[in-house]
Design a protein around this ligand. Structure first.
Ligand SMILES: [Zn+2]
Length: 352
């Protein structure tokens, strides 16, 4: 693989390779250049491509929380800024990177509309899209509407050889993520029939990936509260294969809510054709934890600009400089991502 942003056919080849060797890429949510740099550093250490993604609010934060976000202006600008930053530095890190936008519900479509428009302008100039892929999360709508809108967007971005991620069923959330174990075949568990409908609707239009629900939940919860059923992914692959006479694993699955999952659960999901696992809560913690420790340890040096245990006039500049502690956060995030590469089986499985 070549360092830089992976788009078009190269991305499809990357997905196919992941399934062939049973590995997946971590997709990390970033809210600023520090997170993007930490992700690229992790990819360099793991010798594997990474997916850098921006959520709606992450994009807004990237653009700056003081910006007016009416008509999604700040979120659109932040997404574009994040993508351009990654494009500017990816080759310096020497790693391949996939650029993606995360969950976009129906009411947020103007955000992705704006990002796609910016991508089309970029494509006209450079012959490749700004982002590699976008996600629409219309899982709250009826499936007919979900697939109808997804199809329309896929038709638009397929012209730039981009991939669309869709969501079927609902990823459990922070509020309702506790003890869903009794809710069989509800929206928390995608049905193979729905996956087939997506395959039939979107397959002829372009490249797509499916965030299928198998009890996965955003956030980290105490053990036992989340009942994962990765076999839903296997059953869906086999159902589509049998119904449409395809080869093995016709679908590319995405694992949302990877934080807090065990290595065994991750490996099982990957073995059923998961090519991307989203990780956010765990990398948030990995970023904040070392900063908290630093602030605690250096407490006496962080009370004022002058004066610490070594003397009342001693300057504290080198302790106060945000680069010192932001870098500790970055290092923590990088280390956590390297662990994710190992659990996803992608550590060292690539050449670039
Ligand atoms: Zn998600």
């Amino acid at each position: 693989m070549k360092p830089g942003v992976v788009t078009g056919d190269a991305l499809l080849e990357l997905f196919a390779y992941c399934k062939q060797v049973d590995c997946a890429m971590p997709a990390v949510n970033v809210i600023g250049s520090h997170g993007a740099n930490a992700a690229l550093a992790a990819a360099r250490e793991a010798k594997a491509p990474v997916i850098v993604q921006l959520s709606h609010t992450g994009s807004q934060f990237y653009g700056g929380k003081s910006l007016d976000n009416s008509a999604q202006k700040a979120s659109i600008a932040g997404s574009v800024a994040g993508a351009l930053h990654v494009r500017a530095v990816a080759e310096a890190y020497g790693v391949p990177v996939v650029l993606h936008t995360d969950h976009c519900a129906k009411k947020l479509l103007p955000w992705v509309d704006g990002v796609i428009a910016a991508g089309e302008a970029y494509f006209a100039k450079h012959g490749e899209p700004l982002f590699s892929s976008h996600m629409l999360d219309l899982s709250e709508q009826p499936i007919e509407e979900n697939l109808e809108i997804s199809k329309k967007y896929l038709a638009r971005i397929a012209k730039m050889r981009m991939t669309l991620e869709i969501e079927l069923g609902v990823t459990g959330g922070e509020e309702d993520g506790v003890d869903n174990s009794g809710v069989e075949h509800s929206k928390l568990y995608t049905s193979p029939e729905d996956v087939l409908r997506a395959y039939d609707t979107l397959g002829p239009v372009g490249s797509f990936t499916v965030a299928a629900s198998f009890g996965n939940t955003h956030g980290v919860y105490a053990a036992g509260n989340v009942k994962l059923k990765p076999s839903i992914l296997r059953d869906s692959q086999e159902f589509v294969k049998a119904q449409r006479k395809t080869g093995d694993e016709p679908l590319n699955f995405v694992f949302h809510g990877g934080s807090g999952s065990t290595a065994e659960e991750i490996a099982e999901a990957v073995s059923y054709g998961v090519i991307k696992m989203n990780i956010d809560t765990d990398t948030q913690w990995a970023f904040t934890d070392p900063i908290k420790k630093y602030m605690d340890e250096k407490d006496a040096y962080l009370k004022s600009q002058l004066g610490n245990p070594e003397g009342p006039d001693k300057p504290n500049k080198k302790f106060i400089d945000p680069r010192v502690w932001v870098q500790l956060g970055e290092k923590g995030m990088t280390a956590r991502l390297v662990q994710a590469f190992k659990e996803l089986g992608s550590f060292g499985k690539f050449e670039f």
